[in-house]
Write a protein that binds this ligand. Structure first.
Ligand code: TAP
Length: 539
């Protein structure tokens, strides 16, 4: 939870000026963590300019040199993990251990992946199988885009910006990042630890402030790419503006992930996995199970197990011991969720457990399971960002798939079954960027895999080879020898000027030899072609 305030400060000369501040508040207690002076739009422009200058020399350093800084960062992060996780808990209320797992590991793992696979993605040799170019060599080199603008949400305040920043810096970019107001202190930690690790000055600017001021200033600034993670309403606005300005974008937006439980599923495992995926981070996860469907033959058992496991969740301040589910980010989020549940109940949904705010200090809502749910209800039609799960049945798998796909979103999904081959066949039918069989959403922390959605869940991919591609541009370099063969012997390259008298015939023979599917005809052309090629190489 946070507030942006305008304070009036009095300078030495008696002038007054407006200073906007960001107030970081603990949503579990309502206590103020700290107040930070917000960046002004002019300072955002200055940050982009300074970042551009710093980026040039960063790009000029070798990939391994850049990796050395990230390696030190990784070590600092491992050492300072509790400090970071406690900052996250103070700003979001989530359990400290959960911060380690879902915020720190994705970033630490990103560095692991980039050390292992990054260099080969930045420079890859190509096999040129065509015999006509056997004396040539090709490679792909990836070049940074320049200065990247980033705007990120509060729900994974270290994991999301941290991993995006690491990929961008690895590839040789500079970054200007606005963290969500609610989690400004966590955003500033990324900058602090990277600077401590030896990141050159000005390569990363974390600029605190509100979305409509500082966020908007980044969008309007001289950036080379914009990565946005957050709601569809804001994402669509930013996308439109970037398109007008010709700035490429990566959009990581909302989700309404389905879990599809087949009749042969391990119900104990499926319900444990689904409850964790939905209720961790107090249900405020883009890729949480937001709709659960079970085959009619196992539905009653599935529903009862979900209710039983949800009833055992311990709600409280995540900074304390023995807490599973923390608060929502603020009162506004509780209001919105309560409205979605109340409206659905009015339309006929049945509260199987929970269904109300918790009467205690902080922004708490009871972990809730809803039955008797239809697709017309807000808890299914809209994205729910809190601890609520609607459970529904399906008669056969085609109905299950149809229901799973009945959404504007397509971030991730899961299929639960003992028959993993069948699980894969169902996965292929679901419209989502990632479909996991017998687990849900966890691949954000596995950096070999891509992250990004279909449909209204956004476009572009963070993580993995594709995450590197997203923040670079591809250059193809092809090299041939500078040596020439006397033209009296052969033209340097068969297809160059001057065209020989038998050019038409030679090229025709070449096509037959290289691409024809008759072995006999290819063999017949071989001597002439070999002569061409030997002549061409001057052997
Ligand atoms: P938003 O309200 O969209 O906020 C996200 C960021 O955008 C914040 O930093 C916010 O700043 C900023 N912002 C707001 N208005 C802006 C504007 N006019 N110009 C530029 N920036 C602006 O989202 P949220 O409520 O924090 O996050 C929840 C949503 O994010 C959910 O829909 C969730 O599914 C989605 N999400 C998606 C993913 C992926 S990977 N697909 C991951 C996490 C979350 P303020 O500080 O002013 O709010």
């Amino acid at each position: 939870m946070s507030e942006t305030e305008e304070d009036t400060e009095r300078g030495d000369g008696g002038d007054t000026r407006e200073a906007e501040t960001v107030v970081s508040v603990n949503p579990a207690t309502g206590d103020v963590n700290e107040e930070v002076v917000a960046t002004t739009p002019e300072e955002v422009d200055e940050a982009v300019e300074a970042a551009r200058e710093a980026q040039r020399s960063w790009e000029a350093r070798s990939v391994n040199d850049r990796l050395r800084v990230l390696d030190v960062f990784q070590n600092h992060l491992i050492r300072r993990r509790d400090e970071v996780a406690r900052t996250i808990a103070a700003e979001t209320g989530k359990p400290v251990g959960e911060g380690l797992v879902t915020d720190l590991i994705p970033v630490i793992d990103a560095v692991r992946f980039l050390k292992k696979r990054g260099p080969e993605v930045m420079e890859t040799g190509l096999d040129l199988d065509n015999i006509m170019v056997m004396d040539r060599k090709s490679k792909i080199v990836r070049e940074p885009l320049g200065v990247l603008g980033m705007v990120t949400p509060w729900n994974y305040p270290f994991g999301i910006p941290g991993s995006q920043v690491v990929y961008a810096l690895f590839a040789g970019n500079a970054v200007v990042l606005k963290p969500a107001r609610e989690t400004t202190l966590t955003g500033l930690k990324i900058e602090e630890i990277l600077n401590d690790a030896g990141l050159p000055d000005d390569l990363l600017h974390v600029v605190p402030g509100g979305g409509s001021t500082v966020g908007q200033a980044i969008v309007e600034s001289d950036i080379d790419q914009m990565t946005f993670t957050g709601s569809n309403a804001v994402g669509e606005m930013i996308q439109e503006r970037c398109q007008e300005r010709g700035v490429p974008t990566t959009m990581e937006l909302g989700g309404s992930d389905p879990a599809v439980v087949l009749e042969d599923a391990n119900i104990d495992k499926a319900t444990s996995g689904i409850v964790w995926s939905r209720f961790m981070n107090c249900g405020q996860t883009c890729a949480a199970v937001k709709r659960a469907y079970a085959h009619d033959s196992v539905f009653d058992e599935f529903r009862d197990e979900i209710v039983r496991k949800v009833d055992k969740l311990r709600v409280g301040n995540g900074a304390e011991e023995n807490v599973d589910v923390g608060p929502l980010i603020d009162e506004g989020a509780v209001d919105e969720l309560a409205q979605q549940v109340d409206d659905s109940v009015e339309m006929g949904a049945e509260v199987l457990t929970g269904g109300e705010r918790l009467d205690r200090e902080g922004s708490f809502y009871a972990p809730t399971v809803l039955g008797n749910v239809t697709h017309e209800m807000p808890v299914v039609r809209e994205e729910t960002f809190g601890p609520v799960i609607p459970v529904m049945g399906f008669e056969d798998i085609s109905e299950g798939i149809e229901k799973a796909n009945d959404t504007r979103f397509g971030l991730t999904a899961s299929v639960w079954t003992r028959d993993t081959d069948r699980g894969e066949r169902v996965a292929r039918e679901i419209d989502a960027g990632t479909v996991v069989v017998n687990d849900h959403g966890y691949t954000y922390g596995i950096n070999e895999t891509p992250w990004g959605g279909y449909k209204d869940s956004g476009h572009g991919r963070t993580h993995g080879v594709w995450g590197i591609e997203e923040v670079t541009r591809m250059k193809h370099i092809n090299k041939g020898s500078a040596d020439t063969v006397p033209r009296s012997l052969r033209p340097e390259t068969t297809w160059w000027f001057p065209y020989s008298d038998d050019y038409l015939e030679t090229m025709g023979d070449g096509i037959e030899f290289l691409y024809g599917n008759s072995v006999v005809r290819r063999a017949r052309k071989a001597p002439k072609m070999l002569k061409e090629l030997i002549g061409k190489k001057g052997l």
